[in-house]
Design a protein around this ligand. Structure first.
Ligand code: ISL
Length: 560
């Protein structure tokens, strides 16, 4: 029948635009800066770029607080700069995905401003979740929901006469009011948005907090007062949320010749909740974050992958009709893998909150160990069936920046937790391009502005120019890995098989996919690769005499 769509095996590179490259010298990354660095991405060997939001926004949550869904913020170069970027990317066969944030908008969005200025019960307020408070004077929030960023998920408004008014719901910061997806105007607005950007040549969208748009009728209290994204949580994974994505899938199919793609950011308690979003007729891809939340541990990695593949098999009896999982080890919301895997004192991971596991772990980091493991993890990730997402800077082996001065921090998690949580700024520091240039080449040499987050001096060691010419750099390892994935896994079956007979050690994982065998050593003791496993085609480290060192991965291919 038809050719296999590109997104089934895609490697997608996440660009956090304000930290990637600054074209105009104001200290904030922008789309012309990104366009000027497409050589780097083409040579890296990715298939597509996903741009974190660059729409007009007060920027209180890095642009995940959108004031206008139909244009590009002048800060990033305006809509004309996006047109230039899409053209330049397509000229290099790179697809471009935008971010869509449908759960909430900015408090500065005209809809919310109109709602604030309209009476209780008005059609303007119906686009959001405005409710009277509890208690004699409505002084208590309508229910016990907590914001993902901390504190109550409700903020009380003030009426025009100065008296306290209704409350509105915000699952994130108070500047991010949740939209009411029961309203047809809301549904129409986002379908219009999809078509607007598809008509401009955009190839797809990453959908922010895709599981949370629909809330349970009556907004019932959470049983334990905590935030537990899950099947039983009244604010996430409600069955009716799937209707929205069926309708969005239908929009993509209006563009029959385009191969458009939708990937959902799905936080869910089980793998089955995740794969439910990629049933036939729903999304093309869903992020599988479970693997990202695991320690560097063989049993944990294997169990996580097994949960995903079993759920896939149950969801998609005819695999080609369903979507694929998107494997991810880094993002703008998580401590960088180098630092997670390089923790020298393992902190306990019993927290039920996935975000806490990704963000709140701190301790001494052995960067060399973390880098070796992150390279090994990349090969493991790239060998799995489905799509793979990378986050800018991981190809440079960047660790998390832990020493940002408090006064420079911008993340609302930092503010809302009153400084108890460092938040996510440490993975968002502007990239180092040139070891010896001011701002490490992030901004032009004569730039007026300083990088919006301060860069540490040690960023020089990670600069793109230095790594590009060093055959042993993390960057050149990433280039080799992506080239090899494209060459070796094209046409490989979507099933993997654990080679348990080859696996004499609990700290070693071996699986096969077609004629390829993937060996990952999690522990420190070296592992001997038997001749039966095949020829080594790629390894995350140097191998001599078929001995794979600890914390490394090798791909082998059998003669057949
Ligand atoms: O629910 C979570 C884990 O328990 C959170 O990780 C949550 O789903 C996640 O933070 C959602 O992130 C996305 O939406 C946020 C934004 O701040 C993030 O940057 C974005 O990736 C609000 O729009």
């Amino acid at each position: 029948s038809t050719a296999r769509p590109w997104w089934r095996d895609a490697v997608v590179y996440q660009v956090y635009v304000k930290s990637f490259a600054d074209g105009d010298g104001d200290g904030t990354g922008d789309l012309d800066g990104l366009a000027s660095r497409l050589d780097h991405l083409e040579r890296l060997g990715v298939d597509a770029l996903w741009l974190s939001p660059c729409y007009p926004s007060p920027g209180r949550d890095g642009g995940y607080d959108i004031a206008d869904y139909f244009s590009i913020d002048p800060l990033y170069g305006g809509t004309a700069a996006l047109d230039r970027l899409v053209k330049a990317a397509h000229d290099r066969s790179l697809k471009v995905l935008l971010d869509i944030v449908p759960n909430h908008c900015s408090a500065e969005h005209p809809w919310f401003q109109q709602a604030l200025n309209s009476p209780a019960g008005s059609s303007q307020r119906a686009l959001f979740h405005f409710h009277d408070g509890q208690g004699a004077d409505g002084e208590l929030p309508p229910n016990n929901w907590q914001s993902v960023f901390g504190g109550s998920a409700w903020t009380r408004t003030t009426d025009p006469d100065g008296s306290p008014g209704q409350w509105y719901l915000h699952l994130f910061d108070s500047w991010q009011p949740d939209l009411n997806w029961d309203r047809p105007e809301v549904r129409a607005h986002f379908q219009d948005m999809l078509r607007h950007w598809f008509d401009k040549g955009v190839d797809g969208f990453r959908i922010d907090v895709a599981a949370m748009l629909v809330k349970a009728d009556g907004l019932p209290d959470r049983p334990d007062n905590g935030f537990r994204p899950g099947g039983s949580d009244p604010a996430s994974n409600q069955p009716a949320v799937h209707d929205i994505y069926r309708s969005w899938r239908a929009v993509t199919e209006e563009y029959a010749d385009r191969d458009l793609m939708l990937v959902g950011e799905i936080w869910a308690p089980t793998a089955e909740h995740v794969t439910a979003f990629i049933r036939p007729g729903e999304l093309h891809e869903a992020f599988y974050f479970d693997l990202m939340t695991q320690n560097w541990d063989a049993a944990a990695f294997r169990a996580s992958v097994q949960r995903a593949l079993q759920a896939m098999a149950a969801t998609a009896p005819v695999p080609d009709q369903a979507g694929v999982l998107a494997w991810v080890l880094n993002s703008h919301d998580a401590h960088r893998a180098v630092s997670r895997y390089g923790l020298t004192t393992a902190e306990p991971l019993e927290s039920p909150d996935a975000m806490a596991r990704l963000l709140r772990r701190r301790g001494p980091v052995d960067v060399a160990v973390g880098q070796a493991r992150a390279r090994a993890a990349l090969l493991f990730q790239l060998a799995l069936p489905g799509a793979a997402f990378l986050y800018q800077g991981e190809e440079l082996g960047l660790p998390e920046v832990m020493d940002i001065p408090d006064e420079a921090r911008q993340d609302p998690i930092w503010t809302r937790s009153a400084g108890r949580e460092h938040g996510r700024d440490g993975c968002r520091v502007p990239l180092p391009w040139n070891a010896s240039a001011p701002s490490f080449g992030f901004s032009p040499a004569n730039a007026a502005g300083k990088p919006w987050l301060p860069q540490p001096l040690w960023f020089a060691d990670y600069a793109q120019d230095r790594q590009s010419t060093d055959p042993h750099s993390t960057l050149n390892f990433y280039r080799s890995a992506l080239t090899a994935r494209r060459a070796l896994f094209a046409g490989a079956p979507d099933q993997i098989t654990w080679a348990d007979h080859e696996q004499p050690r609990p700290d070693v994982l071996i699986f096969t996919r077609g004629t390829l065998t993937v060996v990952t050593v999690f522990g420190d003791a070296p592992f001997h690769l038997s001749e039966e496993l095949g020829h080594v085609t790629l390894a995350s480290t140097t191998i001599s005499n078929r001995v794979l060192p600890g914390s490394s991965t090798a791909w082998l291919i059998r003669n057949s």
